[in-house]
Design a protein around this ligand. Structure first.
Ligand SMILES: Cc1cc2nc3c(=O)[nH]c(=O)nc-3n(C[C@H](O)[C@H](O)[C@H](O)COP(=O)(O)O)c2cc1C
Length: 196
């Protein structure tokens, strides 16, 4: 299967990058074709210009490449830390520029954009791996886990991706090497389960 993997974290020694390496290795072991993207290293430009907003077109080679890939893959894995209850800005810009109308979704003819769109993506399964420093109880009671709604409802459901599994590793601060090792094993198991 063709699978796109996105990591949005600037530091290669972070736990997020350990997750990214684990995911790629597991997918390769399972003989999938992987399109792996380290957005910071690629210097993905998250800025959606006025012209691009208006006509959807871009000459940005990376954006064109990401759009072509997302249109054809059947699997997507996204890895990022919880930053202010949101994805890092570089990944937010990736959504703005890659998941455009005509690529990820479209509205019926005559719909001014206020209706319910049709998802266009062929992706059957999306996995989201997040890291956080907030214990689960506080995340749910105080913050309402905004990343759950962002990924499942606002992004994937909108784009026609219905099998979505999200795993949050927490709390990263204060975690022991043993805990991290176990989290990486768990990641491998999840990838093997969804992308055998
Ligand atoms: C800009 C910024 C914003 C953050 N906001 C949150 C937050 O809203 N909730 C949270 O639990 N942790 C937050 N954190 C902590 C990160 O989630 C945590 O450092 C990261 O998940 C740890 O993984 P890493 O070692 O791979 O960076 C934030 C960190 C940064 C740098």
């Amino acid at each position: 299967m063709e699978i796109m993997v996105i990591v949005a974290h600037p530091y290669e020694k972070s736990f997020n990058h350990a997750l990214y390496q684990t995911v790629i290795k597991s997918l390769h072991t399972n003989q999938h074709h992987v399109y792996a993207h380290h957005l910071y290293k690629e210097k993905f430009n998250p800025i959606l210009t006025g012209t691009e907003l208006a006509n959807g077109k871009t000459k940005d080679y990376l954006v064109i490449q990401h759009r072509e890939e997302i249109k054809k893959v059947e699997g997507l894995i996204i890895i990022h830390p919880n930053w202010w209850g949101q994805p890092p800005a570089i990944l937010k810009g990736w959504m703005d520029r890659v998941l455009r109308s005509g690529i990820a979704y479209e509205f019926d003819e005559g719909d001014d954009g206020s209706g319910v769109p049709h998802g266009l993506l062929k992706i059957k399964t999306a996995l989201v791996f997040n890291t956080s420093n907030t214990p689960e109880k506080r995340e749910i009671e105080v913050f309402g886990d905004p990343l759950e709604r962002i990924w499942k409802d606002c992004v994937f459901d909108f784009c026609g991706v219905y099998q979505v599994y999200r795993k949050i590793f927490r709390t990263i601060s204060g975690s022991t090497p043993e805990e991290r090792k176990a989290w990486l094993s768990e990641t491998k198991k999840i990838v093997n389960e969804f992308f055998p």
